[in-house]
Ligand binder design. Structure first.
Ligand code: CO
Ligand code: ZN
Length: 328
């Protein structure tokens, strides 16, 4: 999974601009699905297997980023967030645009250095000295840029949220020899700006059961908010997050399959934030939906950290879910 995830993490894909990530995933899943299509919102839908239930698995391709709002006479770019970007730590970060242009984030002189400045105080410097030299346009988006690195089984990169989930879905497709169900692997768009790709793809697919795969926080770092999820302790099976209550039947089935197969898991209650699972669950007349999460430290920073074993456990859990009967 490491090589796939490295490529995915380093790719450019802010919300609404998932094309590069989609192309990469398309080549990674070549020959693994019975059919592959892209819908109007850019969701990549790969279907494998037949019979049983119509199952939807979802992982979002997009990542947080910034969007140019204004370019001044001296060629400095002002920006707004795309998704949940924290201002803390922005200064000095590098961003990459779709064409590979790199910018450094600078910060105006501050009156009070002890307060976290507003986003309006930051700007992107691409090295231009006047507006004419800037080939970028208002509305162009950039993502944080940082190489994917590993410290043994701990992997660090930008956009682990949610390329880790994408890699889990790809790995599941690779390992899944005999699905008992018609499984739609959906690589969704625009999750970070409001679960939009999941909303339309769930409506279109009309699944009977769904599982979203995304990252979740952990409580295992210094003075972290209390949370009973740790890196390396296994796949996190969601009970609740800020936007949904997992369907109890799906949650219990995931727990049962993990226990039967000796797959490490932990129960997840995330106090803030949500995933595609929320949009899928409330699609049409409602879809029994669960979430399998990859525990991740420093979510929405350029150094999101996961444990290899957790990602492996997530894939193992999905494989046994899909190779067995589903009764809720
Ligand atoms: Co996110
Ligand atoms: Zn996410």
């Amino acid at each position: 999974m490491k090589d796939t995830l490295r490529k995915l993490c380093e790719a450019y894909g802010p919300s609404g601009n998932e094309g590069q990530v989609r192309d990469l995933i398309r080549s990674e899943i070549e020959g693994l699905a019975d059919s592959v299509r892209v819908d109007a919102l850019g969701n990549l839908i790969a279907v494998k297997g037949s019979g049983g239930h119509r199952v939807m698995l979802a992982a979002h391709m997009d990542e947080i980023g910034v969007i140019i709002t204004h370019i001044d006479e001296n060629g400095f770019l002002r920006f707004a967030p795309v998704g949940g970007v924290w201002t803390l730590g922005l200064s000095g970060r590098r961003v990459a645009f779709a064409d590979g242009t790199i910018g450094a984030i600078g910060l105006e002189k501050l009156d009070d250095r002890d307060r976290v400045p507003a986003m309006a105080k930051f700007y992107i410097d691409i090295g231009a000295s006047k507006k004419d030299e800037v080939h970028l346009k208002v509305g162009d988006m950039a993502v944080m840029t940082r190489p994917f690195v590993t410290n043994g089984g701990r992997w660090i990169g930008k956009a682990m949220d949610n390329r880790a989930g994408c890699a889990v879905l790809i790995e599941t497709m690779r390992r899944l020899k005999a699905p008992k169900h018609e499984v739609a692997f959906v690589f969704t768009t625009q999750e970070e700006v409001g679960l939009r790709g999941a909303t339309t793809s769930a409506f279109g697919l009309d699944p009977e059961i769904a599982v979203a795969v995304d990252v979740t926080g952990t409580g295992d770092t210094p003075k972290a908010a209390p949370m009973a999820v740790s890196l390396g302790e296994g796949a996190a099976i969601k009970v609740r997050d800020g936007g949904m209550l997992a369907h109890l039947g799906v949650k219990d089935l995931l727990v049962q399959r993990a226990e039967e197969n000796g797959i490490a898991y932990q129960l997840e209650v995330l106090e803030g934030g949500t995933t595609d699972g929320r949009a899928i669950q409330t699609s049409r007349a409602g879809v029994p939906t669960g979430v399998v999460s990859v525990p991740t430290r420093y979510i929405h920073s350029p150094s999101e950290m996961i444990d290899e074993r957790d990602a492996e456990a997530c894939a193992s859990l999905l494989v046994v879910l899909l190779e067995n009967d589903i009764t809720l």
